[in-house]
Design a binder for this molecule. Structure first.
Ligand code: ATP
Length: 284
């Protein structure tokens, strides 16, 4: 399968933070959800991968070429949480100016998206709510017919109805198998709903990029005594937390753990819980 974005060993150093040899891919036909705690490096990864900030090391292939090449960047559309237009403009004026600067601009597609999102062509953007501004950013991104759509925290602060509309749009977008989406979010239920793969950044390092269904099936949350937990084979416990009510652990191969510890509880894991284990627990 073709990779729309291929990031290998990406490094970026700031005074008090480093991205440390991050690998990340977005295969065509796939929605990749990028998760990680606040400050884990998601925005930095996205910016460095798209040449918004200059990487200090690593290689990046964007749509088969160099992200510094404007022809490659033209096939990718990016929406940041705060990427808004000047408030005095209306959607109609946005469309006119985009038509002037962007060869791929499809004004009819933009109008269709505005109608779908109930955005009025003549309303100034300063009167838009946060959800409306985000919908406008998305309509603007999609009206260029990109192959790769990248969104950084685009659904944060939006109500469930608006988020649902945006997620539906992602799913429609990747019906064209040549297209793909990379989106970072703290709303893990959104990722559980639409992401095909989950990439997890933790303190500037990529812990894993995995198929979401495999990940959620192959991992479980074990609750038992610390003594029982200690009897499990090496490599079974990935991270653990000790609380007042006993120990809990993120474990590999829940079926095997149930066989080995018949009295113990092994629940399905959610992405939220997984992050709590890796972010707050003792990761192995
Ligand atoms: P959040 O979920 O809170 O948005 P994030 O995972 O997107 O976080 P980044 O915005 O990539 O994290 O920031 C990672 C780290 O890099 C932070 O510690 C931040 O202070 C630092 N950082 C980001 N941009 C710069 C910059 N221009 N100069 C110095 N440090 C920076």
């Amino acid at each position: 399968m073709e990779n729309l974005l291929e990031v290998r060993s990406l490094c970026k150093h700031y005074k008090s933070f480093s991205l440390d040899h991050v690998d990340l891919t977005v295969p065509a036909g796939t929605i990749v959800g990028l998760i990680g705690e606040n400050g884990a490096g998601k925005t930095t990864t996205i910016k460095a991968a798209l040449n918004v900030v200059r990487p200090d090391g690593g290689t990046i292939r964007l749509l088969g070429g160099d992200p510094a090449d404007p022809r490659c960047r033209a096939g990718a559309a990016v929406v940041f949480e705060d990427s808004y237009f000047y408030g005095g403009l209306t959607p109609r004026q946005v469309s006119r100016s985009m038509a002037g600067i962007c060869r791929e601009w499809d004004g009819d597609a933009f109008d269709r998206l505005c109608r779908r999102f109930d955005l009025l062509q003549r309303q100034p953007l300063k009167e838009f709510s946060r959800g409306m501004r985000m919908k406008l950013s998305l309509a603007t991104a999609l009206a260029r017919h990109p192959r790769l759509l990248v969104l950084d925290e685009a659904t944060s602060g939006l109500d469930p109805v608006v988020r649902g509309e945006i997620l539906d749009l992602f799913l429609e977008f990747i019906q064209d198998e040549g297209c793909g989406v990379l989106f970072s979010s703290h709303i893990t239920t959104d990722l559980e709903r639409v992401a095909d793969q989950i990439a997890y950044l933790h303190r500037g390092r990529l812990l894993f990029q995995e198929d979401k269904d495999t990940l959620l099936e192959e991992l479980g949350v074990l609750r038992c005594s610390a003594a029982d937990m200690a009897t499990l084979p090496e490599g079974t416990v990935l991270a653990r937390r000790d609380g007042a009510l006993g120990a809990s652990a993120l474990v590999r191969d829940p079926a095997q753990v149930r066989r080995l510890l018949p009295g113990a509880v092994v629940d399905r894991v959610s992405i939220d819980e997984m992050m709590q284990f890796y972010g707050g627990g003792e990761a192995k």
